[in-house]
Design a protein around this ligand. Structure first.
Ligand code: GUN
Length: 296
């Protein structure tokens, strides 16, 4: 393996410690405790694990964690009423409604009912618009984590060719906006892109967020490129369950300059950035300066 390993687990631990230090200062100096409310509808096992991890890490950072677990058949109106209560609650600075929601609930309606200032997922249409126009926004956690790792590894991203493979609202599109904001030349590719290998091979920065196990192989990677693998795919190989990314790690690592592993790359950064966004939301709500290095 030629590539440097970008250790997301270690970087996420550093971000969480930095957030915790800011939170301690907010408490001491201003008597403020940032609060994050997480809403889970139903009992999807993966969502339950995410929500539990979010609760533990929120508390560890010294923030208040509010969990609302609702039955799978919760009427949409009841969920909207809870969001309205959380919007009005001064102890709550961040609101996250865990996705996916059950099919009888209109996801866009619920997300857009969240106060944009408390939308720590950055999914509200106002935040999408603010990010797209280069204004101060709440930024989705996974792409924010990718940006932090890229800045940490490369310093300035200005003028670099960036290719984002994947066009989701949660990762691909906001990632492209963030890279554009850092003056990259950005291409968004996806599963229908013609000659994906040729497009990827032009990338100084290659972000894979397409949701297809090991789709990006070493022959598609420019020598020396920085490769960020957002994929988390559960597959079975040789009779064993395994977690793999959207990048074929072994072949890509032989060519890349730097690469994130799966697991231990982008994954841990997502919750760390959720904590960072909650802290940022609390600072903005109280007219205080935002912490350096934890926002886009
Ligand atoms: N489900 C899986 N990832 C996420 C996330 O980042 N935010 C929300 N709200 N739901 C998710």
């Amino acid at each position: 393996m030629a590539a440097t390993l970008i250790d997301g687990k270690a970087f996420a631990a550093w971000v969480r410690a930095d957030v915790a230090a800011h939170v301690a200062r907010l408490r001491e100096v201003h008597g403020l405790v940032p609060g994050l409310a997480v809403v889970l509808v139903g009992q999807d096992p993966a969502s339950q694990v995410y929500v539990r991890n979010k609760g533990v890490q929120t508390t560890e950072a010294g923030m208040a964690s509010f969990e609302h677990k609702l039955p799978v058949d919760t009427p949409e109106a009841d969920l909207l009423a809870l969001v309205a209560r959380l919007n009005a609650d001064p102890a709550v600075h961040g609101i996250l409604v865990q996705l996916p929601l059950p099919k009888h609930i209109d996801t866009d309606l619920v997300i857009n009912a969240i106060d944009p200032a408390k939308d720590v997922d950055g999914f509200h249409i106002s935040n999408v618009g603010l990010l797209g126009t280069g204004q101060k926004a709440m930024v989705p956690c996974t792409p924010l984590g990718c940006l932090m790792m890229l800045r940490d590894h490369l310093g300035s991203l200005s003028g670099l060719n960036a290719v984002v493979v994947g066009r989701s609202n949660i990762v691909g599109k906001p990632m492209a906006q963030l890279l554009l904001g850092d003056s990259c030349t950005v291409t968004i590719a996806h599963s229908r892109t013609r000659d994906l290998a040729e497009v990827c091979a032009r990338a100084d920065i290659l972000v894979a967020a397409v949701g297809r196990p090991e789709m990006i192989t070493g022959d598609m990677v420019k020598p020396g490129a920085t490769v960020i693998d957002v994929g988390i795919n559960r597959i079975e190989r040789d009779g064993r369950a395994r977690l793999v990314g959207d990048v074929d790690f072994a072949s890509a690592a032989a060519v890349a300059g730097a690469i994130t592993p799966v697991p231990g790359g982008v994954g841990p950064m997502t919750i760390a950035c959720l904590l960072a966004n909650t802290l940022t939301a609390c600072c903005r709500a109280n007219g205080l300066p935002e912490p350096d290095g934890l926002t886009a």
